[in-house]
Design a protein around this ligand. Structure first.
Ligand code: ZN
Length: 204
């Protein structure tokens, strides 16, 4: 069967990064981020994914920023039971960021309910601190520059990306295809190209 790549986020916007790879009934999600920003985008976090989380075999994270990793607790609460592959630095940051994200959402829901600012009775957090804790054991850390077998036909390698601690450009081999997910692509302007149009940091 041919490899398919489905964009479940970070398309038309830069947050909610999620790319679903499917090959021979094997399903791998590259990045699992929250939509952030204005309300219409944040509401996308409440919509069910077009795939049952229990049918996803594994997740690969490019880096820990919440718009790339913060949806994992929702995925786990929805039945995902596989590993979340990442680098050591990304794991260390997710250990902190996911709990913080859960706690912030709990506080926000409480404040909303106290102030009566919602049509939802009661307003509920997307996930709470306890659900964030339940997602943490899924994290599986790997060194840079080594191939990791993700599923029988899909493997991945993390390359140093800069940006934040642990951030990686992820190279993927899926059957006969090669893909590269930059996560964050940083281009440094060197003296020789300063006369060229300005390069910008681009996030997907
Ligand atoms: Zn980032």
């Amino acid at each position: 069967m041919a490899l398919s790549v489905q964009f479940l986020g970070a398309a038309g916007t830069v947050t909610g990064s999620k790319f679903l790879l499917t090959l021979n009934e094997q399903r791998v999600l590259v990045d699992c981020g929250l939509f952030q920003g204005y309300k219409q985008l944040r509401l996308c976090n409440r919509k069910p994914l077009p795939i049952d989380p229990g049918k996803i075999d594994a997740v690969i994270l490019t880096h820990a920023h919440i718009d790339h990793s913060g949806y994992v607790p929702v995925l786990v609460a929805g039945g995902f039971d596989g590993p979340v592959h990442c680098t050591e630095g990304t794991k260390a940051l997710c250990d902190i960021l996911w709990l913080d994200s859960g706690q912030l959402q709990e506080r926000e829901a409480k404040a909303t309910n106290r102030g009566g600012y919602t049509r939802h009775k009661p307003a509920r957090p997307l996930y709470d601190k306890k659900q964030a804790e339940q997602a943490l054991p899924h994290l599986s850390q790997h060194p840079f520059d080594s191939w990791v077998q993700i599923t029988p036909d899909i493997s991945a390698k993390f390359h140093v990306a800069g940006h934040i601690l642990g951030a990686a450009i992820v190279e993927i081999e899926a059957g006969s295809k090669q893909l590269v997910f930059s996560g964050v692509l940083v281009v440094w302007i060197t003296r020789s190209c300063r006369t060229q149009p300005p390069f910008r940091k681009r996030t997907i």
